[in-house]
Design a protein around this ligand. Structure first.
Ligand code: G6P
Length: 626
């Protein structure tokens, strides 16, 4: 995810900014850039790749400027390139800014600004903000002889305020202006921003890790707040330009802790990030399905819209956790879009003789976009003339580039090796694709709206489950004796049983098997003996009764049962030894919420055993070899 750092004070800004960028590296990024005010000019340098590339570009140049902003970019709009890297400037190179977040109405704003003769150099949503501020800040038409300008001439802060009033979306912003070279303006809406208060200096960052080594005194900006910072002091106001008085907090995290946002492990941080990243994945997308738009189409699929209408079969190829999200996708796409769908391990697909033609879409699902098997499968499919699509997290990754079209999952970098938030954001895209492909076929707009509306609830429902983490931790401890687990579920929750078993296997090194409940009697039941634990995913859905029968069969043989059940289900509490309740939702969306207790269960189980859950033995985050 993108990172912001800004400095104003008595020291040279560039070394401090570069060091700050390095602290933000762990978040993952694909390019970096820096702007510094010096000799009444703004000097901007950018580089694709690591911060060290930027450092090499700077080389021996000694910049004396004491005010600057810098950014690590994780591409969302536009591929990683110097042009698309931040800081972004206006037409006159007076105003430069770094931005985290997404400006949803940037296309509309861009069109308006282009009519006013603004020239854009990047494909990003962020650049629009620099031009918008310029529009308010530039001298009035009468003094500039510029007939296109009707307003303007506001001071820097007011220009930012006016610009932000027109913006829809999220932002964490740090902005500098050559014409008011003694200040930085920062603003927040939905993207974190922290103001670090040092001795005669201020450091702003999107993340405490870039601040801790300078100061432990910080102010956390809230949504709708902005600050004007000079070397002597700062003033915080809200978007209505009313001064706000804020409490100074003490940072008591070490550098390592701050990178984890105060969580003991990245895995736990990423589990807890799910409401936020799911909301990110929905923003600006789900609205299509709620509006009166007849046949909504997602941006990344627009160029192939016609081809998608002709698709008669879908084959999903993926590995690991991504494969399991594909299995959930299979149920959705067949039930609601009416398209025959197969899911295949990418490593197998490439060695089979798949029957493909131009009416088949082969979809690669991959967090990293670099998994060698998935990439090879996509290349094979391409060679055979199939349409290739990607559901990928990392923008600019090989799979994202080599597929014909696709949708990014926008979950931000996932650092814990065991995948969590990547999985649920893949599900988001699969639901959106189901709606889109369904609407191109038989799905009614009433049905698509109903699903889209409930999909919007997922962040809230997940938040509710995360609040039960202590209860789940207790249950995980209770079963710490277990050397084997059986995970069982049916229909939409069969893939979740597989994913739950994979999670605990990955980080706790215990043997676990995921099975379709109905298949349990054909083999795994032989394993059941006194105290053998089975985890049943058993919400009140169309296969509830069948799950209960399976549960009884295990109970009769002395096995222990942990049930993931729907709130209010009292019957299950009579059979199961432990119950974790999840709220009611549409059957097809239950995987979003049933997987959360299983992620937490695996996490606490692994931690209780004393393992390094972020870096499990023998596993790699991205497997780029066959
Ligand atoms: C590795 C990781 C898994 C991941 C799988 C697929 O095995 O350890 O967590 O699910 O690769 O990775 P991808 O990046 O293609 O989703």
């Amino acid at each position: 995810m993108c990172g912001i750092i800004a400095y104003i004070g008595k020291q040279k800004a560039v070394p401090i900014l570069l060091e700050g960028l390095k602290q933000l590296e762990y978040r993952g990024y694909d390019s970096a850039g820096i702007s510094v005010i010096q000799n009444e000019k703004i000097i901007t340098l950018k580089a694709v790749g690591k911060v060290v590339e930027l450092q090499n570009k700077i080389g021996a140049q000694d910049f004396l400027g004491k005010i600057g902003i810098a950014h690590t970019r994780w591409a969302t709009h536009g591929k990683p390139s110097d042009r698309n890297s931040h800081p972004h400037g206006d037409c006159e190179s007076n105003i430069f800014l770094v931005h985290n977040g997404i400006i949803e109405n940037y296309q509309d704003l861009k069109k308006i600004l282009q009519k006013k003769k603004h020239k854009f150099v990047s494909e990003t949503d962020s650049e629009v903000l620099a031009h918008l501020i310029e529009e308010f800040n530039k001298k009035p038409a009468s003094t500039r002889g510029d007939a296109s300008s009707t307003r303007g001439g506001l001071d820097f802060k007011k220009s930012v305020l006016e610009a932000l009033k027109l913006v829809r979306g999220t932002y964490g912003l740090a902005i500098i202006n050559k014409n008011e070279p003694d200040k930085i303006i920062i603003a927040r809406n939905g993207s974190p921003l922290i103001l670090g208060i040092g001795k005669d200096e201020f450091i702003v960052a999107s993340d405490a890790s870039a601040i801790v080594r300078h100061t432990d005194k910080v102010i956390y900006l809230d949504d709708g707040e902005m600050a004007q910072i000079s070397a002597d002091g700062f003033e915080i106001s809200n978007i209505k330009n009313k001064i706000v008085s804020k409490e100074i907090s003490k940072l008591n995290w070490t550098l390592e802790e701050s990178k984890k946002g105060g969580f003991p492990h990245f895995m736990l941080k990423e589990i807890f990030e799910q409401p936020e990243v799911i909301a990110n994945g929905l923003r600006g997308r789900v609205e299509h399905f709620l509006s009166e738009d007849n046949f909504p189409i997602l941006g990344g699929l627009r160029p192939i819209e016609k081809k998608l209408r002709r698709i008669k079969k879908i084959i999903i190829v993926a590995c690991g956790t991504s494969y399991y999200s594909g299995l959930v996708g299979e149920y959705m796409l067949e039930e609601y879009a009416g398209i025959p769908t197969e899911v295949e391990y990418a490593s197998e697909f490439r060695y089979r003789k798949p029957i493909l033609d131009s009416s088949t879409a082969v979809v690669a699902i991959s967090q990293s976009g670099e998994t060698a098997d998935t990439l090879a499968a996509i290349r094979e499919a391409k060679n055979k003339g199939a349409l290739t699509l990607g559901i990928v997290n990392v923008v600019g990754s090989t799979i994202a580039r080599e597929t014909d079209a696709g949708t990014h999952t926008l979950s931000g970098p996932e650092i814990g090796v065991a995948s969590t938030k990547a999985f649920t954001t893949q599900l988001v895209v699969l639901v959106l694709w189901t709606l889109m492909l369904g609407r191109q076929r038989d799905m009614s707009s009433v049905m698509s709206k109903r699903i889209a509306q409930e999909l919007k609830n997922m962040p809230k429902l997940i938040e509710g489950i995360l609040k039960k983490s202590k209860e789940i931790k207790k249950i995980a401890k209770k079963y710490s004796y277990a050397k084997d687990f059986l995970y069982l579920g049916r229909k939409y929750n069969f893939p979740i049983a597989l994913e739950g078993a994979l999670k605990i296997k990955e980080i706790s090194y215990v043997h676990a098997e995921g099975y379709a409940t109905g298949e349990m009697k054909h083999g795994p039941i032989a394993l059941i003996e006194e105290n053998f634990p089975s985890i049943f995913i058993c919400p009140k859905d169309s296969v509830y009764e069948k799950n209960i029968s399976g549960m009884q069969e295990i109970k009769a043989r002395g096995g222990k049962i942990i049930a993931i059940a729907t709130t209010g289900d009292k019957e299950i509490a009579r059979i199961a030894d432990d119950v974790i309740y999840i709220p009611k939702t549409l059957e097809m969306l239950t995987p979003f919420i049933s997987v959360i207790p299983l992620q937490l269960f695996a996490y606490y189980f692994g931690v209780a055993k004393g393992y390094d859950v972020d870096k499990p033995r023998n596993l790699a985050k991205s497997v780029t070899v066959e």
